[in-house]
Design a protein around this ligand. Sequence first.
Ligand code: PEP
Ligand code: CO
Length: 441
Amino acid sequence: MTSWNPTSWQDKKTAQQPNYVDSDALQRAVSQLTTLPPLVSSWEIETLKSQLADAASGKRFLLQAGDCAERFADCTPERITGQLKVLLQMSLVLVHTTKRRVIRVGRLAGQYAKPRSSDLETIDGIALPSYRGDLVNDIEFSELARTPNPNRLLRGFERSAMTINFVRALIDGGFADLHHPEYWDLGFVEHSPRAAEYQSIVASIAESLRFMETLAGEAVGAINRVEFFTSHEGLHLHYEQAQTRQVPHRDGWYNLSSHFPWIGARTTELDGGHIEFFKGIANPIGVKIGAHAIEIEKLLDALHPNNEPGRLTLIHRYGAEKVAGELPKLIEAVQATGKQVLFICDPMHGNTKKTESGFKTRNFDSILSEVEQSIDIHKRLGSTLGGVHVEVCGQNVTECTGGARGLDEHCLGDAYETLVDPRLNYEQSIELAMLVGKKLG
Ligand code: PEP
Ligand code: CO
């Protein structure tokens, strides 16, 4: 470990990195990134780590949510406000239904790089590099747009800074209306067979907020200052490396591009570059665990050698059909190491389907079912599901089917915007929070 440094990963085989034609231009971009001030601080990172340790022991609950892929074009006040609103409202629903404190972590301010199953995409006989997220290239299908451009690393970092700056301003300003269900967009409730149940959840949140306001004599927004953290997939290792630093008065190296980076399901090779990079950073980290074989004991040896509380979150994403068969094996493998991790469920990435008309979608009931099954399986094995990881959008997009309005496949074309994976829309997100909260409460 003493020889680790932020570039050590470069000696390993590293999956999912773009091929830059001009390596000098890449080096110039990385050098510039290395000199820019960080987006987060080591003390925020340590605060989050200690809260994640609480979630691992069931005292808090982690809500990690946001876009599958942020787009540069979405760095606007409307979009950022929309994401923050759905996240804070989901968290408020979870606080009131689970009676646990909720840790809010956005998939934002850096969720710009995407893994792809193929290096090339072929349309009408023309093969071009696949779109790897706005940090790397542009979705437009032309040679110029698809050629990885290192300047995008800087553009992405700047947008991440603008995003986090605006989020901090909104949070500091109280963003008070978000605490009042009277101002929420709850029209969907009446469309659900569960309308009465949902109305009673909303009424009880409103009631307890009014009670707290009366006690405090001021707006809950002001007394209940919320904390908010950022996360993204730590995929593009030149980007991650550039913001990884030593800080005064602390040991170790901190990746200051985000509080909570995670390793995606496609980059978990034990001898690969991603594990090497994540080994050396002091941040709390996540690892996506899907249905492919992973040697859990070795993974924990590499990433969680000291069993440090809050350090490691395993984000399981098996899909509603496989979770009952796979999750018990994961939990038992972790229990056999004697180490503590935080388990959370990503009910999105194992439940993706393609419709006949070619839309990638996910069904609300499968998403809910995977979370509900996970809660039961953890309980049965003496473990805890300490959070959820979901792809959501603050707008009423039509990307996932189901939910109170019974959105069906034929409606997917109405407002399908995502460049990569389908997200729960505003209404589906709030509904999911209500049902997950109820199951946990
Ligand atoms: C994602 O979170 O958008 C993603 C690509 O997930 P996974 O690595 O689990 O496939
Ligand atoms: Co995704």
